[in-house]
Design a protein around this ligand. Structure first.
Ligand SMILES: N[C@@H](CCC(=O)N[C@@H](CS)C(=O)NCC(=O)O)C(=O)O
Length: 235
């Protein structure tokens, strides 16, 4: 497993961004949905360590990692030695721990709507992305791979249409950036990487571009590049 990278030092001028006293470590891999909590931790001004896993080398299935996460997945958050898996729980923890960052809406009903959106990203959209990534995990009958991908892509079009409607006339899912925006950004990025044509979903496209302009996302993209370069050198 690679050594951890220390996350950002928050600017001293923002009081709420002072050093958190907890030890926060994020297990992460490039390209994966672990980029969403990287974005929200950065938005929160949290000090955190990133522990990148090289999936190509099977570091997520190493006995060492399986001991802390038998699901062999990222993201995984370790807070003062306590382990939290699942994106929705991780994002909610970050939002609750850094309330000043307003990563969830303040209104309780709206907050649940945000959790509902993240659950949809995780349980509604993500499974179709996963099957495009690895069709044999859902059907290993020879010759079916393209069909699995085609069906998943068709489902994704329906889901992105729903997201497009939700984003109509707004910059973010709520009245400011919140954790679901980071989660959905990953979903859209992954779909684009699979060359799913989302250009017809103008509100999704605008959301993607707006997200890319955020410094937290730029920081993530630079970090991802550095990790990928490190992995390539070590190969
Ligand atoms: N339900 C989980 C899904 C996490 C997930 O599937 N992560 C993928 C990367 S996007 C992973 O780690 N896959 C490795 C594997 O399944 O072995 C969540 O939302 O956190």
């Amino acid at each position: 497993m690679m050594a951890g990278y220390r996350g950002q030092s928050p600017p001293k001028s923002r009081k709420w961004q002072s050093e958190n006293s907890m030890e926060i470590a994020l297990y992460y891999a490039p390209i994966t949905c672990a980029l969403a909590p990287y974005i929200t931790l950065t938005e929160a001004g949290a000090t955190f360590e990133v522990r990148p896993l090289n999936f190509r080398k099977g570091q997520h299935t190493s006995p060492e990692y399986l001991k802390i996460n038998p699901k062999h997945k990222v993201p995984l958050l370790v807070v003062d030695g306590r382990i939290l898996s699942e994106s929705v729980a991780i994002q909610t923890w970050i939002a609750r721990t850094f309330p000043q960052a307003k990563l969830l809406p303040a209104d309780p009903w709206q907050e649940l709507q945000a959790i509902s959106l993240m659950s949809w990203c995780s349980g509604g959209i993500h499974p179709f992305l996963a099957r495009i990534n690895s069709p044999p995990k859902v059907c290993d009958v020879p010759g079916t791979e393209e069909n699995v991908k085609k069906l998943a892509a068709a489902n994704l079009m329906e889901l992105f249409k729903i997201a497009d409607d939700l984003l109509a006339g707004r910059d973010f899912f709520f009245d400011h950036f919140t954790a679901p925006d980071a989660h959905f950004f990953w979903c859209q990025r992954r779909a684009r990487q699979f060359e799913i044509d989302l250009s017809g979903f103008k509100n999704c496209v605008a959301h993607f571009e707006r997200m890319q302009d955020r410094s937290s996302v730029q920081k993530l993209l630079a970090f991802e590049k550095s990790v990928q370069e490190g992995f390539a050198k070590a190969a």
